[in-house]
Design a protein. Structure first.
Length: 167
């Protein structure tokens, strides 16, 4: 007999919250030894055992408040939760990133509190008055592109050259 404890896996302890329709989690069982995993219907995925338990209220693994071993309790609200309509699909960050350009290089720019406030004010103005949703990084990248294009076209008379000579 092995001295190694058999603990529940992550799929038995946690459930996904970002997908509305997930299959019910596998029931948690306590096994006397490692060899018993092959005879456990819960670990083999036996549908007969699940069908037999269909009338019983679902069980949920709850961590002990005192930091001890988790306990299995009856989930009394499961029947109520199953009658609720499915939550609408939320837009995930991954879906929003499909049309964005990935930037490989990074620099750190230090600015004063007034400059940061002006940048944030510009971001909110773009969003509120012009309907343009842009983060601060995108605004800075666009400003850099505009200044570099002006430098290329106007050279000595560009805004960038005049401002840098002033300071």
């Amino acid at each position: 007999m092995t001295r190694r404890p058999v603990l529940p896996g992550a799929s038995e302890l946690f459930r996904r919250t970002d997908t509305p329709a997930t299959p019910p989690p596998a029931p948690v069982t306590e096994l006397p030894n490692l060899a018993a995993t092959t005879s456990s219907p819960a670990l083999r995925g036996s549908s007969a055992a699940r069908e037999a338990e269909a009338g019983a209220p679902p069980l949920t693994l709850v961590p002990d408040v005192a930091g001890g071993a988790p306990r299995i309790v009856v989930d009394e609200l499961a029947a109520h939760r199953s009658t609720l309509p499915a939550a609408p699909a939320q837009r995930t960050r991954g879906a929003a990133d499909k049309n964005r350009t990935r930037h490989e290089e990074k620099i750190t720019v230090y600015c004063s509190a007034d400059e940061l406030l002006a940048l944030e004010t510009a971001r909110l103005t773009l969003r509120g008055q012009h309907g343009v949703a842009a983060d601060r990084g995108r605004i800075v990248r666009e400003a850099i592109n505009v200044l570099l294009a002006d430098l290329e076209v106007h050279g000595e008379d560009s805004v960038l050259v005049r401002r840098l000579r002033k300071h």
